[in-house]
Design a protein around this ligand. Structure first.
Ligand code: NAD
Length: 341
């Protein structure tokens, strides 16, 4: 089989810590191009991987050798870059949040359909071991009916993570569109949809900018969500959980309580109503903290979908549905109304 030739657009932290190493260890891939508006970033990786460097993504897309691209740019560029790449005949792995509106998300899906190329969104939480096991437990009916949940994704903020530190685009509404809700909240709407196997139909939320100075985006949000079968719960997204990360999800069900990523030693715990309990340590979840970058399997799934010509596990439509819940929560916070999704 001919190897898939990949270009990386945006050479900041997510490219450095996840996309590039995961492509590099994939036997079906050659990384042939890097693009960043900061030329030194593209050149540093191009030198390391014997690839071409670009500062303008439209020029990278003209390179006919390239089969697939990763879009690792600020959020506002996800849709325009992905659409241009699909129109240029490239498969696209786009980071989350997929886009800044439903219309943009729809245009990305249409571009993928028209080109016949794959579009996958980088929602890695589904592939975390504890989450994958939780999905099969819920699906098997072992926990009985799910009544409610609480989920949180919070840390001290992207200043320690982004290539541009405290001056990052993450804090600028023009380039980011949303703050903690788009950075972290959307991971959890995608995870919850995946775990319960249902769509959310209503959202209410408080979304605040309370923690960060010099920021034009939200940094603290608490949402209440209701699914189509009536499962209700809270989702918190925050850039002000100073002193440690919370990435936990808890389900309250007919036969017991299931805790995911809520204990440092056991990533999946079930305490059953009948007194039995299960403790599983299944390997660490990815975290911004140093030394916590394990294989997310996102690149592996993307490349497999190309090689085996199948729909990627987080296709454009899935990305759009996970984004819709976040957009509804933002609308609720603005209008002070419960929003139907
Ligand atoms: N899946 C995850 O868990 C996860 C984690 C972190 C970030 N992300 C997402 O990845 C994306 C990138 O985030 P990051 O953390 O790498 O940010 P970052 O600030 O570290 O890097 C962004 C890079 O994009 C470059 N860039 C900006 N405009 C560009 C353009 N027009 N063309 C090419 N490059 C351009 C910047 O110079 C910078 O090097 C964001 O959408 C973010 O939400 C996903």
């Amino acid at each position: 089989m001919t190897r898939i030739k990949v270009g990386i657009i945006g050479c900041g932290s997510i490219a450095k810590h996840r996309h590039i190493p995961e492509y590099a260890m994939n036997d079906n891939v050659d990384i042939v191009a890097f693009c960043d508006i900061i030329a030194a970033r593209a050149h540093a990786f191009a030198d390391q991987y014997n690839a071409k460097a670009y500062v303008d993504y439209t020029e990278l897309l003209e390179n006919e050798e390239i089969d697939a691209v990763s879009v690792c740019t600020p959020n506002s560029l996800h849709a325009p870059v992905s659409i241009a790449a699909l129109k240029a005949g490239k498969h696209v792995l786009c980071e989350k949040p997929m886009a800044t509106s439903n219309e943009e998300a729809e245009a990305m899906i249409a571009a993928a359909n028209e080109s016949g190329k794959k579009l996958m969104i980088g929602h890695n939480q589904r592939f975390v071991s504890s989450h994958a096991k939780a999905r099969s437990i819920i699906e098997s009916g072992e926990l009985g009916k799910i009544y409610s949940f609480r989920t949180a994704f919070g840390h001290g903020g992207p200043e320690q993570w982004s290539a541009d530190g405290e001056h990052s685009w993450f804090f600028d509404k023009e380039r980011a569109f949303i703050g903690a809700m788009g950075d972290l909240g959307v991971h959890k709407t995608d995870l919850l949809r995946f775990l319960i196997g249902e769509e959310f139909v209503e959202a209410a939320a408080f979304v605040e900018t309370s923690a960060k100075a010099n920021s034009t985006v939200d940094d603290n949000a608490v949402c209440i969500l209701k699914s189509e079968s009536g499962i209700i719960g809270t989702l918190a997204a925050s850039w002000s959980y100073n002193g440690g990360e919370d990435n936990s999800t808890v389900f309250y069900a007919e036969k017991g309580i299931m805790r995911l990523e809520d204990d440092p030693d056991y990533s999946l715990i079930i305490d059953y109503k009948n007194g039995n309990s299960e403790r599983h340590s299944l390997g660490a979840i990815q975290s911004n903290e140093e030394g916590q970058q394990t294989d997310t399997h996102v690149v592996e799934h993307f490349i497999n979908s190309i090689v085996e010509d199948k729909t990627p596990p987080v296709c454009g439509n899935e990305g759009k549905k996970s984004l819709e819940v976040i957009l509804a929560a933002l609308e609720s916070s603005e209008t002070k109304q419960i929003v139907r999704i």
